[in-house]
Design a protein around this ligand. Structure first.
Ligand code: ZN
Length: 164
């Protein structure tokens, strides 16, 4: 388990240094559409563009991770404050997901699971959304926020805790 560390300012640093094991091994033809979510690979990136006629088909890595229940990141939230403000906090997390996913179609919430009365576990398809959610919750509600990145395992773990 790696020590919690300060996240780098630029997500791109993270993206270039490590390799997502779910990323397509071959270069995808352009255009390619994911038949599961409809994201389109064009001009070297995924977007929510309309799929052009004759596009190739390939299940994107977000849909593949969802199918495998194999998240790339998680946010664990806990504390009595969470218990009292659960709906607001989930709403905030969903809101961050909408913003992130609009720009980066493969960055999504996979599941939101109750961990008993004072706990919540959010899993994601990517390594960027957990920090975004954690920072947003921390900005809105204070509490203790930690971020840990396991480079070898290509996995991000964020924890947030607040008692009332
Ligand atoms: Zn997809």
């Amino acid at each position: 388990m790696p020590e919690p560390s300060t996240p780098p300012r630029n997500d791109r640093l993270l993206r270039e240094r490590v390799h997502d094991p779910y990323k397509a091994r071959r270069k995808l033809p352009e255009p390619t559409v994911c038949p599961s979510c409809g994201a389109v690979w064009l001009n070297g990136r995924w977007s929510w563009a309309e799929a052009p006629a004759g596009a190739a088909e390939y299940i994107c890595q977000a849909c593949q991770r969802i199918a495998d229940s194999y998240p790339a990141g998680e946010v664990t939230m806990s504390g009595s404050f969470l218990a009292a403000h659960r709906d607001e906090i989930i709403g905030l997390a969903r809101n961050q997901e909408e913003l992130e996913k609009g720009e980066h179609p493969l960055n999504r919430i996979m599941a939101i699971d109750d961990q008993g009365g004072e706990g919540l576990l959010i899993t994601t398809t990517d390594i960027h959304l957990p920090r975004r959610i954690g920072e947003a919750v921390h900005r809105a509600y204070g509490g203790d926020f930690e971020f840990a990145y396991d480079e070898a395992g290509y996995f991000v773990r964020v924890t947030w805790h607040r008692d009332s």
